[in-house]
Design a protein around this ligand. Structure first.
Ligand SMILES: [Zn+2]
Ligand SMILES: [Zn+2]
Length: 391
């Protein structure tokens, strides 16, 4: 344990300030790309702690990179801080942000005077249009040798999986007509949307496990006595890996195309610019984190299991070895994205887990920076995962 004294002491010494920061972010929830209060709080704190601050990395108003240390192996901790509309911090990103801040200051203190670098990377808007997608695209992570973050939950899992996800809008263009006196003159765009849903429902039986297709109707006409000349639906399409997802996307678009043919309407397909990749959890880095978690004193018992979603950390995991452990805040079943979970994320118990996660990430960082062999194993695992994905 003495080996990690510097990490543990650094966080214990700053405990009250770190919890105060997390509380402040919790009580000022800001949605994606508007997280100005959170970014000010965090960057001011890190500036006072001797970090060099670069705001707006990756072209986003509420992103930042805060770095400390000399040349050498570069460990990055990702800080998310966006909240949900209405619900506030129902995903616990206040805890994610400050666990990464804690990890950053602790690792910086542990490696002071030696080779190695540490950065806290502020990544906005996880909930809607993943900020990490933009940041990966613009090379923000190219210089990072290993990236870590934790996510609070009511289950614990170190090596998580996530689904690759694409976001589509289908707009059908038809023709207005009086719905009673001359319906034969019209082309019903709403019928095309409804037929698209029916076609997709017929497709579901033939899809591999863990494939998800879910949509909503966003436009469905303006008056009951007018045949709608325009209707639209948004869909999220998800699968275990990007290559199978590509096949599924093609089938789903065919569902919309055939609905357009059946109804005599024209289809417009809009793909969002925010594809989420499936997470490649780096097993070597994750195993090291697992041991560090015990060393950090994390001890919440949970028998629950977590479901599978999509995360923008998946995109980071394609360019640098990454982990995204989820840690239970409690043994009780309190699902995320609820008011109950938001309340839980502002309790002593939650802040204890946040600090334990920060300690465990910093200890892991210290182990990796001091062990070239471990660095090699992490890189090898990353290269293997990437070559498997390409096949
Ligand atoms: Zn969430
Ligand atoms: Zn979240």
């Amino acid at each position: 344990m003495a080996k990690y004294e510097k990490v543990l002491n650094a966080i214990e010494k700053e405990k009250e300030s770190l919890i105060a920061l997390a509380r402040e972010i919790h009580s000022n929830p800001e949605t994606g790309r508007n997280e100005f209060i959170a970014v000010d709080l965090i960057t001011n704190y890190l500036d006072r702690n001797g970090f060099k601050i670069f705001r707006g990395v990756g072209g986003l108003k509420t992103s930042f990179m805060a770095s400390k240390g000399e040349e050498g192996y570069h460990v990055g901790f990702c800080a998310e801080y966006d909240a949900l509309p209405e619900i506030g911090h129902g995903c616990g990103h206040n805890l994610i942000a400050i666990a990464s801040v804690a990890a950053g200051i602790a690792l910086a203190s542990a490696i002071e005077g030696q080779q190695g670098r540490v950065s806290i990377i502020g990544t906005p808007d996880e909930e809607e249009h993943g900020g990490k997608v933009d940041m990966v695209r613009l090379g923000v992570f190219d210089d990072i040798d290993a990236a870590m973050m934790f996510h609070p939950d009511c289950a614990t899992r170190i090596h998580i999986e996530s689904l690759a996800c694409r976001d589509y809008k289908f707009i059908f263009h038809g023709k207005n007509a009086h719905a009673s006196s001359e319906p034969w003159e019209g082309r019903n765009a709403l019928d095309a949307v409804i037929q698209t849903f029916n076609n997709i429902n017929a497709l579901r039986q033939h899809l591999k496990d863990n494939t998800r297709i879910h949509g909503i109707i966003t436009e469905g006409g303006v008056a009951v006595n007018v045949i709608p000349d325009r209707a639209a639906a948004d869909f999220l399409i998800r699968a275990s890996n990007s290559s199978y997802l590509k096949e599924v996307v093609e089938k789903v678009i065919n569902c919309a195309r055939s609905a357009a043919i059946a109804t005599g309407t024209d289809l417009e397909v809009i793909e969002s610019d925010y594809p989420y990749e499936a997470m490649n959890s780096n097993k070597v880095l994750g195993d090291s984190f697992s041991v560090s978690l015990d060393e950090a004193g994390y001890n919440v018992e949970s028998t629950h299991d977590v479901g599978i979603g999509s995360i923008d950390m998946g995109n980071v995991s394609r360019v640098t070895p990454s982990i995204y452990p989820v840690l239970a805040l409690t043994g009780d079943w309190i699902p995320r994205h609820t008011f109950e979970f938001a309340s839980l994320c502002n309790t002593e118990q939650a802040y204890e887990v946040m600090l334990a996660a920060g300690k465990a990430m910093a200890i892991t960082g210290q182990k990796v920076i001091n062990d070239p062999e471990l660095q090699g194993q992490i890189k090898k695992e990353f290269d293997n995962q990437n070559s498997l994905q390409k096949n």
